[in-house]
Write a protein that binds this ligand. Structure first.
Ligand SMILES: [Zn+2]
Length: 220
């Protein structure tokens, strides 16, 4: 099995897991993996269940792909993340229900729980722009500065990590945090952790070598 075939199959497995784990539904959402000179990304509007390795699209860094099936409509922000973030080996976008609930209120997630450090000091909500637009990519990159996850206003969730396994883990963690934040807000106002405590948590993640630790994130 050659490496690219294996990568294509891993991408499909991640996309299927995203739906099986209730992070996403149907053919919305998209997943990509960095390759030298470009990326592999899920195609536009195709069921993950019937997708085969040949259906995964290879997009070059300058935005070219083979004639035929089109890449996900959100390929622009995937491409731009790889161009600007050396720590991104995989990118996942999903319409995860609890993240999307907060995104529809244009609310991010503050450090109300220490596991927020898996994504950064907090999780921002990027300003709204039409799906698939360059403006959405610009807004998403700004919200991701110093972080590995953000919400997209009136839309969903966006995460980056070093590989497909870790980006799926991070997306699950952020969706858990979004659900617990919504539940907490239903009962009262959370007492957020301060910068000093979040820095301590980030240090512990780094020293434990936690897979989704925030240790090497730029402080801003
Ligand atoms: Zn979307």
């Amino acid at each position: 099995m050659n490496i690219e075939f294996r990568d294509r199959q891993s991408l499909i497995n991640t996309a299927r897991a995203m739906n099986r784990l209730d992070l996403n539904h149907g053919a919305c959402g998209n997943v990509s993996k960095r390759l030298a000179g470009g990326m592999l990304i899920t195609p536009s509007g195709m069921s993950y269940e019937t997708m085969q390795a040949k259906d995964v699209i290879l997009v070059t860094q300058d935005g070219q792909w083979e004639p035929g099936r089109r890449p996900s409509s959100e390929w622009l922000f995937h491409r731009d993340i790889y161009a600007q973030r050396d720590d991104a080996g995989a990118v996942l976008h999903a319409h995860a229900p609890w993240c999307t609930t907060l995104a529809c209120l244009q609310r991010g997630i503050p450090p109300f729980h220490y596991m927020i450090a898996a994504a950064g000091n907090d999780i921002r909500c990027a300003a709204y722009a039409t799906f698939g637009s360059q403006e959405l990519s610009v807004n998403a990159l700004a919200a991701l500065a110093g972080r590995r996850a953000c919400l997209l206003a009136n839309h969903g969730l966006l995460c980056l990590a070093s590989d497909l396994e870790q980006v799926l883990d991070l997306a699950l963690e952020v969706e858990f945090l979004a659900r617990v934040y919504c539940q907490t807000l239903a009962l009262g106002i959370p007492d957020n952790l301060d910068d000093e405590e979040m820095a301590r948590v980030a240090d512990k993640f780094r020293s434990y070598g936690a897979n989704i630790g925030a240790g090497d994130l730029a402080k801003d």
